[in-house]
Design a protein around this ligand. Structure first.
Ligand code: 2RA
Length: 340
């Protein structure tokens, strides 16, 4: 006997990927329902070789459903997640609403699977921010071997992180540069994104960092180790899908580049593509649709005693969101619900 699974926000980029990945990984579901707002009622979405018509989230009764994968904004999540949880349906939420609640587990299954036991607190599990998920997959094995003291990360985040509007904007702006007469919708980003980069994602905080940068710090501490110092600069780049990150770590124990490469090669969820030659590294275009977090350019940072640099690329709609959520559902099934 399998699970009854709801995908909430099934018409968005992440919701559609959740349905794709549930099918690709043959998640043991007896039934899958696609939920969306009333304005999207009846929209057809793919689930493997099946087509589902979206049902109305507002009137949906979660009673008797096992797992709800949420891919809607924090405001709507605030309304519907407690309703689902109260009905006995475990919520796996991709918004930032519950990530920092000490009673709610924030999980990357390759990193902190044991946190799944905390689901008993509120029947809700939080999915991390896309830029955090891919980074902690790489940090965890290196931290276990050499204890990471400090992380300096610069991100190069694709426009799909900003939703469908982000994708449409890059497309429209690029077209308008080659065809000045074409229409350009009002900007979702603060400045032109086509042929440009924008060092600003989410809102500015008191200390001059952005909330996206704050999320990477807070979530890395919650998922990996509160003692790790993290500083981040998050940048939007004119790439449709695939977040890239330049990561520098300082460790307590010495770790040379070859040993780091071997450790990462052996670690779950990671593909090392690291040759010191033309094309010997992964770029965002090459990660799209893949489950892996790709690591390249592993090399010593000779400016400090125990430092390493590396390049990290992953599909932000998959490991950064939908894949991680489905992996949490798999972990939940194996460790807690244990149906079938
Ligand atoms: C972004 N990480 O890339 C944020 C939210 N998905 O826009």
């Amino acid at each position: 006997m399998g699970y009854r699974v709801a995908v909430v926000g099934a018409t968005g980029n992440v919701g559609r990927e959740m349905l794709n990945i549930l099918a690709e990984r043959q998640f043991p579901a007896d039934e899958v329902v696609a939920l969306a707002s009333r304005k999207s009622l009846g929209t057809e979405v793919s689930y493997g070789d099946k087509t589902l018509k979206t049902k109305d989230l507002d009137t949906f009764d979660f009673t008797g459903w096992d797992i709800a994968l949420f891919a809607i904004g924090s405001d709507a999540t605030k309304t519907y997640a407690p309703k689902a949880a109260k009905a006995g349906c475990v919520v796996i939420d991709n918004s930032s609403l519950y990530r920092y609640d000490p009673e709610i587990p924030l999980i990357v299954p390759e990193v902190n699977p044991d946190a799944i036991e905390m689901v008993k607190n509120k029947n809700i599990i939080a999915n991390p921010n896309c830029s955090t998920a891919q980074m902690v997959v790489a940090l965890k094995p290196l931290h276990d071997r050499a204890t990471i003291k400090r992380v300096v990360v610069s991100t190069y985040q694709s426009v799909s992180g900003a939703g469908k509007e982000g994708i449409d904007e890059l497309w429209d702006q690029t077209k308008s540069i080659y065809n000045p007469t074409s229409e350009v919708a009002p900007s979702k980003f603060t400045k032109q994104i086509a042929f440009n980069v924008i060092p600003h994602i989410d809102v500015f905080m008191e200390d001059g960092s952005t909330k996206e940068e704050w999320k990477m710090v807070a979530e890395t501490k919650k998922i990996v180790d509160p003692k790790i110092k993290v500083t981040a600069t998050c940048v939007r780049v004119p790439v449709f899908v695939g977040h890239s990150e330049s990561i520098n770590i300082e460790t307590v124990d010495h770790l040379d580049e070859e040993e780091a490469r071997e450790i990462l090669r052996e670690s779950p969820g990671i593909m090392v593509v690291d040759k010191r030659e033309d094309g010997g590294y992964t770029t965002p275009i090459e990660c799209v649709g893949d489950f892996a977090t790709f690591i390249s350019r592993i090399r010593q940072d000779s400016t400090i005693d125990n430092g390493l640099n590396f390049w990290c690329v992953s599909d932000n709609l998959r490991k950064g969101a939908a894949l991680n959520a489905v992996q949490i559902a798999e972990l939940l099934g194996n460790r807690v619900l244990k149906k079938g």
